[in-house]
Design a protein around this ligand. Structure first.
Ligand SMILES: NC(=O)c1ccc[n+]([C@@H]2O[C@H](COP(=O)([O-])OP(=O)(O)OC[C@H]3O[C@@H](n4cnc5c(N)ncnc54)[C@H](OP(=O)(O)O)[C@@H]3O)[C@@H](O)[C@H]2O)c1
Length: 252
């Protein structure tokens, strides 16, 4: 692995983002860091999955991001397609987190208006680490058997209000939130200008076809400029870390 920015030097894969501090709570809501992988032509999936996109560098970044966050935010679609399990993590990662002053495991937070998950999904497999289900009153009423498998945070009558959700997470001490997608959830966050930084792996591959981008089309505000914080390269994979640049007036 070569770190090109800031201060170029070689480093081992296990040191990637070793000193990382994710964006914390801002304006009463949790900070949101997006962690995604795409092909060079901007595709976010191969045959509907991410498995064939990320290499060793992406896996190292994925582990380091999970080792640095209070909570993992993920859409119900990604939980289903990627067959998410509990986010307990390996003993090594738990030690790494504790050394950073974090809880041993990050809280897994699933966003879903309709709670359209199976009550038997693997994500509910560890009763000691149930996911936090960010949903609506309608979702709980429609799928009580799913609601019962996790802790529920109701954030709206028929649809989740993501600002309310992020305020709720911040008030629970989950100030640093890593959003692992998918593109649908990312579109909702970006549409409300709730993304604070981006960790993007650019996989050295072209996909073509109709693969989704890392943010689905949706109603958003205009483009947001990004400032490059760090750039790493390993066997043609690029790890990019950007922070979102907001004009000073937006922060008043
Ligand atoms: N390249 C990458 O880094 C990456 C990362 C993650 C996923 N992916 C890929 O992306 C695909 C899945 O993405 P996706 O966009 O279809 O799914 P998604 O964003 O993970 O999930 C969509 C579902 O999440 C819930 N949701 C999303 N935004 C919401 C909001 N604002 N309020 C309430 N609920 C919300 C809804 O669930 P309900 O319908 O239950 O209400 C919605 O149907 C998969 O193919 C996966 O492999 C790629």
């Amino acid at each position: 692995m070569r770190r090109l920015l800031p201060s170029p030097h070689d480093e081992s894969l296990s040191d990637v983002y070793g000193d990382l501090v994710l964006t914390g709570a801002v304006d009463g809501r949790s900070g949101v860091s997006l962690g995604m992988v795409s092909s060079v032509d901007g595709g976010a999936t191969v045959a509907g999955r991410t498995a064939d996109l990320g290499g060793d560098a992406d896996q190292s970044a994925f582990a380091a991001l999970r080792a640095s966050t209070d909570a993992i935010l993920v859409g119900a679609g990604t939980v289903q397609v990627e067959d998410y399990g509990p986010a307990t993590g390996s003993l090594e990662r738990r030690k790494r987190r504790v050394a950073k002053g974090l809880a041993a495991s990050p809280r897994l937070v699933i966003v879903s208006n309709r709670l359209s998950l199976s009550a038997d999904a693997r994500v509910f497999a560890d009763p000691d680490h149930p996911p936090l289900l960010v949903t609506s009153e309608q979702g709980v009423a429609a799928r009580p058997e799913v609601a019962a498998r996790g802790e529920v945070l109701v954030c709206g009558a028929s649809a989740v209000d993501l600002v309310v959700a992020l305020e709720g997470l911040a008030s629970r001490g989950l100030g640093r939130v890593l959003c692992e997608g998918g593109p649908g959830l990312n579109a909702s966050l970006f549409g409300q200008d709730l993304v604070d930084e981006v960790f993007l792996t650019v996989a050295p591959t072209l996909i073509g076809g109709d693969a989704p981008r890392i943010i689905s089309p949706g109603d958003g505000h205009g483009p947001r400029p990004l400032a490059l914080v760090a750039l790493r390269e390993h066997r043609s994979e690029l790890l990019l870390h950007y922070r979102v640049v907001r004009p000073p007036a937006d922060r008043l």
